[in-house]
Design a protein around this ligand. Structure first.
Ligand code: HEC
Length: 152
């Protein structure tokens, strides 16, 4: 049995800290430069955290409480920052896969962001609670991608 990659976890935790900083920056009316690249980096970390959590849930890697909690915290802080990362002017650039619907139906999009934030806030104390928390979190990926992400 492999151990969860500490490198991924570290990268994810750094990204979640910058997500909190970004949330504040965008809320303050930050310029739109780089927003697409920033949100993609955030989603990449959600992907990395998902791999770590899924590996433990499937029994492919040994359960480690700190890694499990970090994976869920990474998803949660990404969810908390994500809704602020679509300023006007970032509809294109950085080969964005953001659907135009994010801007035309922002209310619907923000609802899914809020649901993702709620569903990633589950407390992890052991493998059973990771299974529950991760199951809730993972039910959001496809729903939002189908509605608000376009494949390039
Ligand atoms: C509320 C909507 C939403 C949810 C929930 C969501 N995503 Fe995303 N995701 C997006 C959008 C929008 C993009 C495209 C961003 C862009 O290209 O500007 C994206 C892009 C991605 C990418 C590609 C990043 C890159 O450019 O390399 C990955 C990987 C990803 N998501 C994984 C996940 C996983 C795993 C989950 C669930 C645990 C998830 N996402 C949940 C909206 C969402």
């Amino acid at each position: 049995m492999k151990h969860a990659s500490i490198k991924i976890i570290l990268a994810a935790s750094i990204a979640s800290l910058s997500a909190i900083a970004l949330q504040t920056a965008w809320a303050d009316g930050h310029s739109s430069g780089g927003a697409a690249a920033e949100r993609q980096a955030l989603m990449k970390n959600v992907g990395a955290a998902t791999k770590v959590a899924a590996g433990m849930v499937k029994g492919e890697v040994a359960f480690e409480l700190a890694a499990a909690q970090m994976a869920m915290a990474t998803m949660n802080s990404a969810a908390l920052g994500f809704g602020y990362m679509f300023p006007e002017g970032s509809e294109t650039g950085a080969k964005t896969e953001a659907s135009p619907k994010i801007w035309s139906d922002n209310e619907g999009f923000q609802k899914l962001v809020a649901k993702f934030a709620a569903d990633t806030s589950g407390k992890v104390t052991d493998l059973a609670s990771l299974k529950e928390a991760f199951g809730a979190a993972a039910s959001n990926c496809g729903t939002c991608h189908k509605a608000y992400r376009v494949k390039n």
